[in-house]
Each structure stands twice: as structure tokens, then as C-alpha cells.
Write a protein that binds this ligand. Sequence first.
Ligand code: F6P
Length: 356
Amino acid sequence: MRVGILTSGGDCQSLNATMRGVAKTLYNKVKNVEIIGFIEGYKGLMYENYKVMSPADFSGILTEGGTIIGTSRQPFKLMRTPDADGNDKVELMKKTYKKLKLECLVVLGGNGSQKTANLLREEGLNVVSLPKTIDNDLYGTSMTFGFQSAVNIASDAIDCIHTTAASHGRVFIVEVMGHKVGWLTLHAGIASGADIILIPEIPYDIDKVVAAIKKRTKEGKRFSILAVAEGAISKEDAKLSKKEYKAKLAASPYPSVSYEIGKRIEEKTGQEIRVTIPGHTQRGGSPCPYDRVLSSRFGAAAAQMIIEKDYGKMVGMKHDEIIRIPLEEVAGKLKMVDPNNSIIAEAKALGISFGD
Ligand code: F6P
């Protein structure tokens, strides 16, 4: 049996641990299995750039961040746009799949990659996918691998800011990744005792943010920490159309939303503001133990699907159990933070402001 595997889109800490889980299970349970690793994601599948993997390739990588076969972003919306040589990318991928006589393709990816996985399924390929992203925004699974490791790093960053903020009596903003959703910011913010958490799902009112800071000052607290999602949005901006907001961001003199928020707080309070952006460190380093376990379980479950020939599905998690979700249900949907989720009420009960 020959199985193709690829890692697609932005990386995360736990890709290798997941591939190891798939490979170890297949090598243990299937006689004569060969694994083909496509280099740099769908690009490798398009242009026949691959490596025939051996069991040794998957040894010693449980704790290694990044991906041993590389990744790249191949936007789903451009999948039907011909490449520089006029070739149809989907046809190229199908050709490689058929030429190599693959039994199936294993895709480790986030939202865009799952859409492409679903497209390949529609085109008749046997696909099994795994939910990768530090953003935890994949529909159909309560948890994605990479998320908890990123929460650790973002929390560490906020913890470090805490001590220096306390020394200087400053207002600090830590901008957290997460693309269009607030999971990472919400969890890192609660985990590290942020005073104010701003996420895309709860548009903020700058006056409410300022009031929360002033309240702390009045209480004798010399500093305030804001955990701000890179996709945080004000109440006014949330009223704009997608196009208008995009144009506003393009014309903005600020490198990111945190700098605009910082400037507005500075103007309204006269307090010194500092912005810290941990950026891609949140995707780096080795996976945390939670992710190592999750990835190993997801990997073993994906291999089991291959053994059963149960294709066209993504492995996921529900109530701590591994589940299989049809790709057509996953593709194109975002899992956002529900402002009515009890985690928000609990955070508010702790005194955290969401600026709403
Ligand atoms: O989806 C993962 C993610 O890290 C997001 O949180 C972030 O918005 C984006 O990728 C950054 O992408 P890139 O690595 O292409 O700059």
C-alpha cells in the first residue's frame, strides 16, 4: 500500500508528532506500506516533488517543531487559476496521485488546506485529513493540534510582560495571533492574567477599554495588560462592509491593530503604552505534552481510517473522544468564539474586560 502525506499552510509545533503518529501506526499495522512525503505541501503534489520516506524518518521527531517535509501556502481560491505554465493545478495533483498509484492522500492542514482536501475528494481522490492550526478555528473539532503549544508561548510572552509592566507602571499590549478568531488570545489572556482581552468576536468600544484601565489605576494598580487578537476590531469598524474595512486597514498608518489601539489609549489617558508582538514565535519550538498526546492520537486514528478505507473525512475531537467528520461538513466553515459561551462569562466574573 502506498500512502501520500503532506503538510500544508502555516506550520505549527506538532506537525511532525502527527505524521509520526500516522506513520508508526501504519508501519505497525499494515504489511508492505510505503509512505511518500510531498515536499512543501500541495506544491510537491503538483510538481512531483516528493521523498520516499522510511521508518527512520519518523523516528525522534515527536518533540521536533516545524515539519520534516516542509510546507507552503497554496491559496484555495487560486487552485483553479492556471500556474505560470498554464497548467491546471488540480489536474497536476490528480496526475501525480495516479502516477504514483497512491491508495490515499493524508493532508495535515488548516482551513484553506481542508478546502483543497475536500476539492480533491470531490475529484475522486481518497483523502484523510488532520486538523492543524494554532488558531483552533477548524469547524467540527473542539481542538486542533498546535493550539495548546501556541497558547503556552503566547502565555509565556504575557507572563514576561507582566513583570516589566509592574516595574514601570505601564500599559502593555501583547498582540496575539489567531487570524480571524480569538481562541488563542482568549486562552493565553486568561492563562496569564491579562486585564483586558480583545477578540474579533466581541468588537470593542475604546471608551470601555479606557474605562477599564482607569478603574485599575483608581484601585491603585500601576499597570494594565491587554491581550489583543491580531484580528480585534472596534464596534465602529465592525459596522463597515468587508471591503470598506479592508480598504481602511490598507490605508492605516499603523502596522497592526494593536498600535492603533495603543495610540487611542495614549491619547485618552496620557499613559505610556508599549506594544509587544510575539508573532511567529507562537508557531515555533517543540510541541507541548498536550499536543504530543493529541497528535499521537489523531495520527493513530487517521491511520486506522486508512486501514478501514474510510475516506473523505477529517479526524477531530469531541468530548475528549476522537471523531471522523465528513470533509464537506468542515470545508469553508470557521469555528469562532461564541460570545455567549460560558468561558466569556467566567472571564468577566474574574474581572477581565472585553471592552464591550
Ligand atoms: O493560521 C496560522 C497563522 O499563524 C495565523 O495565526 C496568522 O494570522 C497567520 O498564520 C500568519 O501567516 P504567515 O505565516 O503566512 O505570516
